[in-house]
Ligand binder design. Sequence first.
Ligand code: HEM
Ligand code: HEM
Ligand code: SF4
Ligand code: SF4
Length: 206
Amino acid sequence: MTTPKEKKMLYCNILLLLCALPAIISGFILEFKQGDTTGINWTWIHIATSLGALLLTCIHVQLHWGTLKMWRKGLAQLRTKSTKFMTYLYLLTLATGIPATIYIIAGHGHTHLGGIHGKFGIVAAIFMFLHIWKRLKWFKNRTSQSAAPLRLKVDADKCKRCNLCVKRCPAQVFERQEKQVVALHTEYCFQCRKCVAHCPTHAIYE
Ligand code: HEM
Ligand code: HEM
Ligand code: SF4
Ligand code: SF4
């Protein structure tokens, strides 16, 4: 089963991986190189790949809006809490990396901001490696035919039939029946957890 949104997520994540890895590696080279003997302009390689990764990260995060809502409602699990921490670190990396780029483009050369950016960048990169490492199974699932959807159920006692899950699930997993709401097509679920985030009575469980 592959929904259009799931395909978008797969392509976006593969491109993001291809862009983020050279961005992180070139960042590390910039931080640890002792005098450049290679003649390669690592700063520009780093800026170009980082900007590409930034664009793809925006799309990536937009595709996970459901999870972000979950954080707000305090329903996040540890897995997503560490993603949250990584997001803050990434924002700090951006807040220092973008001005450093502007200084370089404006001809002011390297400033102390670059050094601060590098420190944030290294910590963010460690979390990014963990973020990717923990999701290698996701890539494996999506590229083989056996994606693992969430086997969600609705607790009929807690459900107040507000229909939010029916409306919000992008994969149309839920169905309103005469007396209850059921998770009928769990095979289409692509784990966005929007339903869990929106359910006001926490009636949806795995
Ligand atoms: C560096 C390259 C990155 C790769 C390859 C990557 C890959 C992935 C994958 C495979 C997933 C789970 C599958 C899915 O539902 O799409 C995921 C989830 C997520 N990623 Fe990333 N990601 C990267 C960077 C980032 C960054 C920089 C942020 C935040 C600024 C971010 C935020 C999220 C969020 C919010 C989720 C959903 C929550 C979760 O599963 O923990 N990702 N990412
Ligand atoms: C993927 C996240 C990123 C990581 C892990 C990262 C890491 C690093 C590291 C370790 C350095 C070396 C710092 C030093 O020379 O002491 C660096 C330099 C630099 N980064 Fe990033 N960076 C990231 C994202 C970005 C972004 C999004 C931009 C903005 C487009 C950017 C722009 C720069 C610039 C201009 C420098 C050179 C700074 C200077 O030497 O003055 N980086 N980065
Ligand atoms: S059932 Fe829930 S987690 Fe699965 S696709 Fe629908 S909203 Fe997302
Ligand atoms: S969002 Fe929760 S309470 Fe509302 S219909 Fe769905 S399961 Fe029931």
